[in-house]
Design a binder for this molecule. Sequence first.
Ligand SMILES: CC(C)(COP(=O)(O)OP(=O)(O)OC[C@H]1O[C@@H](n2cnc3c(N)ncnc32)[C@H](O)[C@@H]1OP(=O)(O)O)[C@@H](O)C(=O)NCCC(=O)NCCS
Length: 159
Amino acid sequence: MISLLDRFFPARPPHLRDAAARDIPHLAAIHARAFARGWGADEFERLLSERHVRAHVACEGPRRPPSGFILSHVVVPEAEVLTIAVVTDRRRRGLGRALLAHHLARLAAEGVSTSFLEVEEGNAPALSLYRSLGYRESGRRRGYYGAGSTDALMLRRDF
Ligand SMILES: CC(C)(COP(=O)(O)OP(=O)(O)OC[C@H]1O[C@@H](n2cnc3c(N)ncnc32)[C@H](O)[C@@H]1OP(=O)(O)O)[C@@H](O)C(=O)NCCC(=O)NCCS
């Protein structure tokens, strides 16, 4: 629910930056609340130290902890989004869009020309976000998340 404060003081543009080691506990906490199988701090530590991984965070102020983050695995000219998530009570305020747009611009600057990702067909918020930033369906994996589950959609965005 949007609070009275949020109504009178609309969100300022988020502070977008590279993820740093100090963000790891926040990333693990956001991920655990966003997904059924959360990644622990050790997993984020491993990913952030990988040379092929690019990670950005969105903070609601330069000194605030991350409210959202995105990670991609990059082997120029291709990249694959590994995960994106925004804190549950800070969603629908433009953080996810700002984060993804910033991330793609940074990947393009290092020579990436295609971004791939995979999303559960029933994940309407994520699908809508991806489509609004130019991702198009390139394939489908039936029952990918287990027997009787929805399909996984493969999306791609060419820069
Ligand atoms: C997907 C997610 C990152 C979006 O973050 P967000 O900060 O809420 O997104 P934004 O506020 O920037 O919204 C951008 C667009 O996404 C779409 N969107 C976001 N939330 C939506 C919702 N609840 N229903 C429908 N569309 C939605 C809309 O197109 C929206 O644009 P609009 O506000 O102009 O209509 C967030 O919902 C999330 O963390 N989900 C859980 C994790 C997850 O599923 N990640 C994706 C795995 S593939």
